[in-house]
Design a protein around this ligand. Structure first.
Ligand code: COA
Length: 282
């Protein structure tokens, strides 16, 4: 897939590279990662400059709800990532669009409040989008069939109390075993486990209104994906990337597919639910 003409990055000579993957279920999803440094620099230089070529005035205004500048930069970076993921995803389906042709809002009320919504021109297939930001990176995922949820976290020490609060006994045994099997640290595995749960509650739209102990799974089946490159996350020699089929307790009959990754001090999980027909877009 061609890199997007992301002016913020292009000025520094590195374009945002959308990454399209086909999940084992056959569903195509598109990722875009945006480093916060580029957004911070562009904002400091001229808030109305390059960023306003990507985001609409309404989107810039919404970002102003974040009083803390760093939180606002993360929000903007997530929206920019989502726009470029939408452009790349739809462009690959024969719908060439510019950033300003698309809108991004969120559910304003109800059980899925906060969930991002793509506003697309008439005649363009509906797309579902999910956004995450952590530390120095923002990341968005898009699909045009079913729903997606994504979560990125910095790998950090996780106390025993955290493990007990978030994970069921079955999950704790599973992650300890996987950590040994894959040669990954306990902190990496707990972080990845947290990402999986957050990705799922974003996919459903519940968010953290859901009790994470009730969002439970019995494990995953690996389905390849070692050759997926999601720069900068997978750039190091110790990167771990896999397609998975996640066996969710609430979805015993079908489960969901997705991608998990560890690298550069981050954990990432992206999940796709093919059973949900309605992409959240207008
Ligand atoms: C969705 C949620 C789990 C994300 O938490 P997080 O790890 O802090 O943040 P991430 O960077 O991974 O993701 C943030 C993005 O999730 C998305 N999001 C927010 N609510 C969402 C929902 N209900 N469903 C799906 N995605 C949602 C937004 O795009 C948000 O980015 P933005 O705030 O810049 O627009 C959390 O914000 C949440 O549960 N929100 C809804 C319920 C709520 O507000 N509870 C109060 C706090 S307990």
């Amino acid at each position: 897939m061609e890199p997007c003409d992301f002016t913020l990055e292009a000025e520094e000579g590195s374009l945002v590279e959308p990454v399209a993957v086909v999940l084992p279920g056959g569903q195509r999803i598109t990722f875009v990662v945006v480093p916060l440094t580029s957004v911070r620099r562009a904002w400091a230089a001229h808030p109305g400059g390059p960023i306003s070529r990507v985001l609409t005035q309404a989107e810039l205004a919404v970002s102003g709800m974040h009083a803390v500048v760093e939180r606002r930069m993360a929000h903007l970076a997530g929206r920019i990532a989502a726009k470029f993921a939408l452009i790349a995803h739809l462009g690959a389906q024969g719908h060439p669009l510019e950033a300003r042709d698309l809108g991004l809002t969120q559910m304003m009320a109800g059980p899925e409040e906060g969930r991002p919504v793509a506003q697309l021109p008439a005649g363009v297939p509906a797309c579902d989008v999910s956004i995450t930001h952590s530390h120095a990176l923002a990341l968005a995922v898009v699909t045009s069939g079913g729903r997606v949820g994504v979560d990125l976290e910095r790998v950090a020490p996780r106390a025993a109390a955290f493990q007990e609060e978030v994970f069921t006994p079955v999950e704790r045994v599973w992650f300890e075993h996987q950590g040994r099997l894959q040669g990954r640290t306990p902190d990496e595995m707990w972080s990845l486990g947290w990402c999986l749960k957050e990705a799922w509650v974003k996919c459903t739209g519940q968010g953290l209104r859901a009790a994470l102990q009730q969002v439970s799974f019995s494990g995953w089946t690996e389905l390849g994906g070692r050759d997926v490159h999601l720069a900068p996350l997978t750039e190091g020699p110790d990167a771990f990337v896999r397609f998975i089929h996640l066996e969710l307790s609430e979805r015993r009959e079908t489960g969901v597919t997705g991608l998990v990754a560890l690298g550069q001090g981050y954990a990432l999980a992206a999940l796709h639910d093919a059973r949900e027909p309605g992409a959240v877009s207008t």
